[in-house]
Design a binder for this molecule. Structure first.
Ligand SMILES: Cc1ncc(C[n+]2csc(CCOP(=O)(O)OP(=O)(O)O)c2C)c(N)n1
Ligand SMILES: [Mg+2]
Length: 496
């Protein structure tokens, strides 16, 4: 357990949410030491993000937050009510002895059910000593246990045999791997090898197989690759592993392929595609139990064709990355970064056009890990994710690739990185635009909009810039470049 004081209040929550992402390797939590309205709104976004994104599948996942809570007090917010829609467990601590039981249960709820658990600890209570507490008469010295083991269940033999039979009858098996398969790299590779089945990866599952694996066609979905799209449209059997990829148009046409889905969450089965057989269980354990029932398939046509298409696709990306022009193509920047970052780096992405470029042009090798906002696709978590990753992996490079819009939202979180001596690296794709939304609006036929900009940096510019801003019929910004060494003087200190 660690205490992290976050300086960008709305963002400490994303830090906490990110600890539940696949980047954390061990049971880890952040205490939250500040709860003001804006922070709490940020918390709701982050935790909604984590609940909307489906449960993080990593066994160290936990989403627990402590709050200062002072109803009717300045900056007080009823965080219990606020978190009610997203938290599976949502309890306010009433005394120190209560804390040990509730916190234990919250950890079990979050870890076991892969969901959000939320604990509120009023500020006054945080300062109380456990030894000074008088538990209620009914407490009888209640203790709880410290051990916890992840769920590693697999479906029964009959179901596994049914799955094996469907897979064996398929001529063109394609695999969709999501974040639930992150811990099952060896098993996914073995299945792909056995069936000559290409693997398309959801963005959160990008590290399931390294991008140089002969079995993967890269990411799938709107930010994916053409070969991934092709394998999904051409397969006759689809194996979905720990994924609820949201883009329905990236699934085969209904009825055109049989589908088996393996997911630890029963309610994920059939969520996106009419799955013929749903196996509820841990992806790694289930695949390990399924593998002995399968035989090597001699027909390699589907895989070979996917690989050929992948070669063509990589050539196309290479050409795009090499175009020399200014302003730079973001793809060139992503490629340079991909070549330069450490082989075991942890990469954190944002939401925007930048995510598309990163998904395609950052090629993740075997030792790297990657995380991104997931299903809610909220802007700006790249930096807080990178901070959390650096806490979780102090000896690995932590790199955030973010948009300028997202970065502007959470830039203050840099203070946290500096304060905690975290050597995070942030690459901002500055296009002076909320580009993804701009393109979406263009597609809808909406006209571009914006405000007027003015700048003054010299005495001669001091009047013209605000004058035209004040006369503008539109919203206008004046950037006045002023001396940072001019002190906020007291009356008696003012000098000419
Ligand atoms: C909190 C939040 N607000 C708004 C959006 C809608 N949205 C999605 S991408 C995007 C633009 C992001 O801009 P930027 O970070 O500069 O990235 P770019 O698209 O320019 O690469 C917006 C506004 C969102 N996903 N999350
Ligand atoms: Mg931008």
């Amino acid at each position: 357990m660690g205490l992290v004081e976050s300086f960008g209040e709305p963002h400490c929550d994303l830090l906490i949410a990110s600890r539940g992402r696949p980047i954390a390797t061990r049971f880890s939590m952040c205490f939250r030491v500040l709860a003001i309205l804006i922070a709490t709104c940020g918390l709701a976004t982050a935790q909604r993000s984590s609940s909307a994104g489906g449960s993080p599948e990593h066994r160290s996942d936990v989403e627990i937050t402590w709050h200062i809570f002072k109803p009717r007090f300045m900056q007080g917010v009823d965080t219990v009510k606020l978190m009610e829609p997203v938290a599976a467990l949502n309890v306010q601590i009433t005394n120190p002895a209560h804390a040990s039981i509730v916190v234990n249960r919250a950890c079990r709820t979050a870890l076991g059910n892969r969901c959000v658990a939320h604990v509120t600890i009023p500020k006054d209570l945080q300062a109380m000593k456990l030894s000074a507490d008088k538990p209620s008469m009914e407490n009888h010295g209640l203790r709880t246990c410290e051990s916890w083991s992840p769920v590693e269940s697999a479906p029964d033999t009959q179901q596994l045999q049914a799955a094996a039979s469907i897979l064996k009858s398929g001529k063109r098996v394609a695999i969709l791997a999501g974040q639930g398969a992150l811990a099952a790299r060896a098993e996914v590779q073995k299945i792909a090898e056995t069936f000559g089945a290409p693997v398309a990866k959801a963005l959160l599952g990008k590290a399931v197989l390294p991008d140089d694996s002969p079995y993967t066609t890269g990411c799938i979905g709107h930010l994916g690759t053409q070969p991934s799209q092709w394998i999904m449209q051409s397969c006759d059997t689809r194996l979905i592993l720990g994924s609820t990829l949201p883009w329905i148009d990236s699934y085969p046409k209904q009825g055109s392929a049989r589908a088996i889905q393996i997911d630890i969450k029963a309610d994920h089965i059939g969520l996106r595609y009419p799955t013929e057989l749903g196996l509820v269980g841990d992806v790694k354990t289930t695949l390990a139990a399924l593998l002995p029932l399968l035989q090597h398939k001699a027909d390699r046509y589907f895989l070979t064709e996917a690989q050929r298409r992948m070669q063509d696709w990589l050539k196309l990306l290479d050409q795009v990355e090499r175009v020399e022009r200014s302003p730079l193509r973001p793809q060139m920047v992503e490629r340079a970064l991909s070549d330069l970052i450490a082989p075991d780096a942890v990469i954190s992405l944002d939401c925007g056009s930048n995510t598309f470029f990163a998904a395609r042009h950052l090629l993740v090798p075997e030792g790297q890990r990657l995380t991104s906002p997931g299903m809610l696709a909220t802007m700006a978590p790249g930096l807080p994710f990178a901070i959390a990753a650096q806490f979780a992996h102090p000896n690995r490079e932590s790199v955030a690739v973010v948009g300028d819009g997202g970065f502007a939202m959470l830039m203050a979180e840099l203070t946290t990185a500096v304060q905690h001596n975290l050597a995070v690296k942030i690459v901002v794709l500055k296009n002076n635009s909320l580009s993804e939304v701009r393109f979406e609006q263009q597609e809808l036929g909406n006209p571009p909009c914006g405000c007027d900009l003015g700048r003054c940096a010299t005495p001669a510019e001091v009047r013209p810039a605000p004058t035209s801003a004040l006369r503008s019929p539109k919203a206008a910004i004046v950037e006045a470049v002023v001396d940072p060494d001019e002190p906020p003087a007291k009356p008696q200190e003012v000098r000419a």
